[in-house]
Design a protein around this ligand. Structure first.
Ligand SMILES: CC(C)(COP(=O)(O)OP(=O)(O)OC[C@H]1O[C@@H](n2cnc3c(N)ncnc32)[C@H](O)[C@@H]1OP(=O)(O)O)[C@@H](O)C(=O)NCCC(=O)NCCS
Length: 364
């Protein structure tokens, strides 16, 4: 097996006729197969146009798709994200290999992808590279597993995806838990929502579909900014984000491309200040995707996290009844969010390890 790595030129439309379109559709099918094998069948299904939107660059992030091929055979792929507004020394990459490959072959594919990515990072002046591999909930004492620097979660350093990262000097920083909730298992959602409203008496819940209404834009920008400082990221070199009106509009436009809908719920105090929000994306598959959830520090511990999660699930059930499940990603050390999600009914389906490599200082 030979492995050649090259950049993929994405088409303007998912149904574009010709070579670019054909290559994209191959990559779409490949990404679906990888995701089904890694998580759960259908858990992260996207329609081709939703996928193309998810792979689009934006003013705050440049995306590059790589492929690893042996002649005509697609062996692996990588998605590179280069932040453009802050964390501009960072390159974040996710690599994938054909689930049919034997472990040794998969390792060769990941090794070739990682080598290509590191050369690209060098050329782009990105001194911090973050990469992923399958993770585990914990490392039993005495095992050969590597524990995350956060103290929560672990990874197997001999895993075909992890091994090339270890060889290249990456350190395991953080582990994320991937969970799903099944709405059919929550027949008492209305009663639980009513109880949550009672517990958070003194706050109102606002809900909307699509872009943020003008009167709430400033508050939602602020909540997105807090998300970048308050959600735990361990020692990952991510800087606080600044959200302008243009950034919020570009984010909402991009997330809605390909036919997806953003559903937002926000918690307001009696005088109308927004102190928390939760957003999710509804699409075509049966699994909606949880996005940001945050309650500002001063208002935590009043059940607002739970209220917002339940309220958005109720909105989803009312407006997108074909969505029977919701997926979410949480840092394994994020007990407040995990406590809420576990109580809602989310159950783990996988763990994702996040590795980081800082370019070594030049020796004098
Ligand atoms: C996660 C978060 C939204 C929870 O909001 P909240 O309104 O405090 O949530 P709740 O009051 O429903 O409490 C949820 C859990 O938070 C913890 N908690 C309780 N009081 C708390 C306080 N004063 N401060 C922080 N956490 C508290 C508890 O573990 C609680 O679980 P319990 O009810 O079983 O005791 C909030 O902590 C937050 O915004 N965190 C930063 C952003 C973030 O990490 N988002 C998720 C990224 S995936």
């Amino acid at each position: 097996m030979t492995v050649e790595v090259r950049t993929v030129d994405l088409p303007d439309a998912a149904d574009e006729v010709g070579e670019r379109g054909d290559r994209f559709r191959r990559h779409h099918a490949f990404a679906t197969r990888v995701s089904d094998a890694r998580y759960a069948p259908g858990a992260f299904d996207l329609r081709p146009d939703e996928r193309l939107a998810a792979w689009a660059s934006s003013p705050s992030e440049r995306h590059v798709r790589l492929e690893a091929v042996d002649g005509d055979r697609l062996l692996g792929a990588a998605d590179l994200w280069l932040p453009l507004s802050e964390s501009t020394d960072v390159l974040d990459v996710g690599t994938a290999s054909d689930p049919e490959l034997e472990a040794a072959q998969a390792r060769d594919v990941h090794r070739a992808l990682v080598a290509h990515v590191l050369a690209l990072a060098d050329a782009q002046g990105r001194t911090v590279v973050m990469g992923g591999s399958p993770g585990l909930a914990s490392a039993p004492p005495g095992s050969a597993l590597v524990a995350a620097a956060t103290g929560f979660g672990a990874a197997d350093p001999s895993d075909p995806e992890a091994a090339p990262l270890v060889e290249a000097g990456f350190a395991l920083e953080q582990v994320y838990r991937v969970s799903l909730v099944d709405l059919d298992a929550l027949p008492d959602l209305p009663e639980r929502l009513a109880a949550a409203r009672e517990r958070s008496a003194g706050y109102r819940v606002l809900a909307w579909e699509g872009p943020t209404p003008p009167e709430h834009r400033s508050a939602i920008r602020g909540l997105h900014e807090r998300m970048s400082t308050d959600a735990p990221v361990g020692d990952l070199a991510l800087e606080p984000e600044t959200w302008s009106d243009e950034r919020l509009a570009a984010f909402e436009e991009q997330k809605a491309r390909g036919g997806r809908t953003i559903r937002t719920v926000a918690a307001a105090t009696a005088d109308g200040e927004l102190v928390g929000f939760s957003r999710l994306f509804a699409g075509d598959s049966d699994v909606a995707r949880q996005h940001d959830t945050l309650v500002v520090r001063e208002h935590r511990g009043h059940g607002l996290g739970m209220l917002l999660k339940l309220a958005n699930l109720a909105e989803l059930a009312a407006h997108h009844p074909h969505h029977r499940r919701v997926s979410t990603w949480n840092a394994e050390e994020n007990r407040p969010m995990l406590a809420t999600n576990e109580a809602v009914g989310f159950a783990p389906i996988a763990y994702e390890a996040v590795w980081q490599r800082r370019q070594r200082e030049e020796q004098p």
